[in-house]
Design a protein around this ligand. Structure first.
Ligand SMILES: *[C@@H]1O[C@H](CO)[C@@H](O)[C@H](O)[C@H]1NC(C)=O
Ligand SMILES: *[C@@H]1O[C@H](CO)[C@@H](O)[C@H](O)[C@H]1NC(C)=O
Length: 314
């Protein structure tokens, strides 16, 4: 209601300006607005429309407009745009795809001796490899175990840290640049370090950071169970403002400065106090990312996580 009204606002003003106002009617509008100035959500659009439909004089509408703006948007002159300017969508999916709130695509498996270093969410054996408490829970789409009613408890659909394993890795299929990381924590929240693994093709599940940026380093974590720890990555670190060149590829990212910021995976190390039991965890339900994928091989894997809809496909 409030939103549709604020959209209707400029139109209403144009109506007033173009068709103009009879002062008496303008005064009626003013009265309506005054009566409702306490609660803009409840503005009587019907009554306003009725008045505006009959307005037909040019005189002294400014005051009405000003009052209308004061009431409807709380300012005069109104702010130019309530939303921050967005960068334009890329023209070409093959160059990059912006994504939001997206899980990574791969993690270490559980089957085989040794277990596969890297299983992708769409591998044929994914659901054979997916076990409770294991890293693949962080990339499953969908998960089989739902944690929504277990926000401060153990949950099969989460990764659980243990005495042997205080670090988890997730991997991306294409080189990515990451601007935000969301770590959803369950029982005993405690993330210490988040570090990027630099991109290297082909992806084989290597856990070497290769000089990847450390984007979080803390000794205590104030996140409550069931809450999300958010890590903001500044643009100088993410490289998200650099422009990819068409002649580049996932194997030869261009310009070179862009390649230096390309990430192939993320490493998360937890805080596990000495002497805690096997069920302590910490337990991480999900790790999601905002950013963009460079030179994506298969654009469809971003379908549910795009910031902008594709402008090339139809
Ligand atoms: C985290 O910060 C501490 C204190 O500044 C530093 O000693 C440590 O080396 C850092 N850890 C990493 C992995 O960089
Ligand atoms: C993308 O397209 C879908 C379906 O056509 C639509 O519901 C959604 O709002 C669009 N998203 C954006 C960011 O334009």
């Amino acid at each position: 209601m409030a939103r549709s009204l604020s959209r209707a606002g400029p139109l209403a003003i144009l109506l007033v300006l173009f068709f103009s106002a009879e002062l008496a009617k303008a005064a009626r509008l003013t009265t309506i607005l005054d009566d409702h100035s306490e609660s803009t959500n409840d503005l009587p659009t019907d009554s306003i429309d009725t008045v505006l439909e009959t307005v037909s004089d040019t005189a002294e509408v400014n005051d009405v407009v000003r009052r209308f703006l004061d009431t409807a948007v709380g300012a005069y002159p109104p702010p130019p745009s309530p939303e921050p300017p967005q960068p334009p969508a890329p023209l070409d999916d093959s160059l990059y795809i912006d994504f939001i709130d997206m899980p990574a695509q791969g993690a270490k498996g559980t089957e085989g001796r040794p277990a596969k270093d890297l299983v992708w969410f769409d591998d044929e054996d994914f659901y054979d490899q997916l076990k409770g408490y294991k890293p693949l829970q962080l990339v499953a789409r969908p998960k089989r175990a739902d944690c929504s009613n277990r926000q401060c408890q153990r949950c099969l659909g989460a990764w659980k840290a243990s005495e042997k394993q205080d670090t988890v890795y997730v991997f991306f299929r294409d080189p990515v640049q990451i601007s935000k990381i969301y770590i959803k924590q369950l029982l005993n929240p405690g993330v210490a370090i988040v570090q990027f693994l630099r991109w290297k093709a082909p992806q084989k599940g290597s856990t070497k950071p290769r000089g990847g940026a450390i984007v979080l380093n803390q000794t205590t974590d104030s996140t409550k169970c069931g809450e999300v720890l958010t890590v903001d990555v500044p643009p100088e670190v993410s490289g998200i403002d650099l422009t990819p060149l068409k002649r580049g590829s996932a194997n030869r990212i261009r310009p070179i400065a862009l390649g230096a910021t390309a990430v192939g995976g993320v490493r998360v190390t937890i805080i596990r106090p000495p002497g805690v039991g096997p069920d302590y965890g910490p337990w991480i339900e999900d790790i999601h990312f905002d950013g963009r994928a460079l030179y994506p091989e298969d654009a469809s894997i971003y379908d549910n996580y795009r910031l902008y809809n594709s402008t090339t496909s139809n």
